[in-house]
Design a protein around this ligand. Structure first.
Ligand SMILES: Cc1cc2nc3c(=O)[nH]c(=O)nc-3n(C[C@H](O)[C@H](O)[C@H](O)COP(=O)(O)O)c2cc1C
Length: 169
């Protein structure tokens, strides 16, 4: 039986910068039969359109990008710091080239919407609301554009409603 229990969103005290930047997240999209996960450390939480939202930024070259595009839902899972080695593997190798889940040793949990991991301390189930691609003309700070996108590619921003949260029991 899963150790993850559902909690009301207003019970959560989230420190967005700490969660994404310091704890890193594991973003997962797809179906029970076919899904993929990648590590993310760029992300935001907030309120938009009267809903609690998160934003994640997925580069077009990622295999996960294809799953994000096709899925109505995705999850972001957060882990204890001791899981960093696994998150480093999931954030440096592509699911195109390896069986990531087998290599990470994480145990998938299949929610009615979204796939999370048993080893996580916090899992957020997110429903996509909006997506758009960053573009050169819209950067007020062209130095960032040059530094991050100067050699090609872009990130797609996904804004999603945080519908459900699960924490370790
Ligand atoms: C700590 C860390 C944070 C990362 N954050 C992001 C991110 O926010 N957005 C992104 O597109 N890639 C990010 N990456 C890179 C992807 O996780 C990496 O390219 C991954 O191998 C993609 O896997 P995939 O091809 O199976 O989707 C991060 C990697 C690490 C190690």
């Amino acid at each position: 039986m899963s150790q993850l229990r559902a909690v009301a969103l207003n019970e959560l005290v989230l420190d967005p910068a700490r969660l994404y930047r310091d704890a890193w997240g594991l973003l997962t999209a797809g179906t029970r039969e076919d899904f993929n996960s990648m590590t993310v450390s760029w992300g935001c939480f907030g309120e938009l359109w009267g809903k609690p939202v998160t934003q994640v930024f997925v580069r077009d070259s990622r295999y996960t990008f294809e799953f994000m595009d096709k899925s109505d839902y995705f999850t972001v899972c957060f882990f204890e710091k001791k899981m960093r080695p696994q998150l480093m593997v999931l954030g440096s190798q592509s699911g195109r080239d390896m069986d990531k889940m087998h290599a990470s040793g994480f145990t998938p949990v299949f929610f009615p919407h979204g796939i999370a991991y048993e080893e996580a301390v916090l899992c957020l189930v997110c429903r996509k609301l909006y997506a758009h691609n960053f573009s050169k003309e819209n950067f007020y700070d062209q130095e960032i554009y040059q530094e991050i996108y100067g050699e090609g590619g872009f990130h797609r921003e996904f804004i999603a409603e945080v519908e459900k949260a699960y924490v370790r029991a």
